[in-house]
Design a protein around this ligand. Structure first.
Ligand code: GRF
Length: 192
């Protein structure tokens, strides 16, 4: 069974969607480790509920990104992790992890990339007044949400949507799309 690590900084609803898909037998994989760069984030509690170990760390207690990524890489290798799934990990991945997991790091982003990369993509789309936005799952490279697109799905922005309920609509799509894309990746239906 393929061993995944999920990296998250916040709520962890996408982590939970992946973990639930595994539990329901929809995804033949295991999440062997959750990596969290914000100790105390809600994702820790969610991981605990699934009995999944969490590696939480304070980036600021390391001298550099290379230092903490070297530590993480070591832990991932020890745990036999094959893929890294970013799910709300609010930090650019550096050369250490990119080289260690070349072609095996994936991210989910709440817009139709290349529109609205970076922070608050939902707010950016809402403010821009576009009628369609959505969700992108993509491979991770050194840029900010710039890696090769794997799959997308759209969400319509209606007249009476608020930013908050747009967020809920986007998350509902994410929770279906991410596990489905991971399944295809692990079945090698997607070319890297
Ligand atoms: C998601 O909207 C994801 O697309 C973005 O960060 C958010 C994380 O949400 N990268 P959650 O922590 O999975 O609930």
């Amino acid at each position: 069974m393929t061993k995944l690590a999920v990296f998250a900084s916040g709520s962890g609803s996408n982590f939970e969607a992946i973990a639930s898909a595994i539990e329901n037998g929809e995804l033949d994989a295991s999440i062997s480790l959750v990596v969290c760069d914000r100790p105390g984030a809600k994702v820790e509690k969610r991981a605990e509920a699934f009995g999944i170990p969490v590696l939480s760390f304070y980036p600021k207690s390391y001298e550099s990104k290379a230092d903490f990524e070297t530590f993480i890489l070591q832990q991932l290798n020890e745990a036999g992790i094959e893929w890294i799934m970013l799910a709300g990990y609010m930090r650019l991945i550096g050369p250490t992890l990119l080289q260690g997991f070349e072609g095996r790091i994936v991210n989910i982003h709440p817009s139709l990339l290349p529109s609205f990369p970076g922070k608050d993509a939902i707010g950016q789309a809402f403010e821009a007044g576009v009628k369609l936005t959505g969700v992108t799952v993509h491979f991770v490279d050194e840029g900010m949400d710039t890696g090769k697109i794997i799959e997308q799905d759209y969400v319509r922005i209606d007249e009476n949507d608020t930013k908050e309920n747009l967020g809920r609509k986007i998350q509902a799509v994410e929770h279906v799309l991410y596990p489905a894309v991971i399944r295809s990746l692990l079945q090698e239906k997607i070319k890297r």
